[in-house]
Design a protein around this ligand. Sequence first.
Ligand SMILES: CC(C)(COP(=O)(O)OP(=O)(O)OC[C@H]1O[C@@H](n2cnc3c(N)ncnc32)[C@H](O)[C@@H]1OP(=O)(O)O)[C@@H](O)C(=O)NCCC(=O)NCCS
Length: 183
Amino acid sequence: MSNWKNTLLHYVGLGNYDRYVEGLIKKSIAVYHRGGKINRLRALRMYNKIRKNYGCCFPPRITVGKNLYIAHAHGIHVGKTAVIGDNCKIYPNVLIVASVVGDAQLRSKGAKRWHPKIGNDCLLGAGSIIMGPIEIGDDVIVGAGAIVTKNVPPHSVVKNTNEITPKRAPVPAKDLDDSWEKP
Ligand SMILES: CC(C)(COP(=O)(O)OP(=O)(O)OC[C@H]1O[C@@H](n2cnc3c(N)ncnc32)[C@H](O)[C@@H]1OP(=O)(O)O)[C@@H](O)C(=O)NCCC(=O)NCCS
């Protein structure tokens, strides 16, 4: 979408940059998972456009559940074997990545996944780094700026580096912010 078109749509309350980029990302993933060489090629073309124009890296081969919500589509990088569950909410500059050294070791052993697996209903705070073939349980909040390199049990909050505490309130992570919108 051109910058002017997006600006005008936003001005009249019809457009939203973040929802637009989120839509492109979801489309590239859906197209890739339809299978076939042509679809994979189309998906990779969309992936490259999203990377170049919007600064988000979502390789189309990743597994993503229903209702992914990308709060602000900037600087998000997801590794190609990552898995993201249903109803997850991702803030800007989140990295869901491999641990590089561990990544090489796992690959040489023929592992199928060397990036994190995020459960359902999780909220990944701005600037958080989730690293390695770990599993984040359902309904987990990863605080802004947290570094997570260990498995996280369901219904927890992670702050700082691997500082895991149980969630205080029984409110699903995805409902904590009223800006949550169903795509
Ligand atoms: C992790 C989070 C959900 C915690 O919320 P909370 O339970 O309401 O926490 P509180 O605000 O009551 O703070 C409790 C303590 O944790 C600290 N804290 C809160 N968030 C923290 C974080 N991300 N990293 C480190 N410490 C944090 C607070 O300073 C406070 O410390 P204190 O007890 O010494 O005063 C929240 O702070 C957070 O990081 N949300 C994500 C926000 C975000 O990404 N916004 C981007 C919008 S684009």
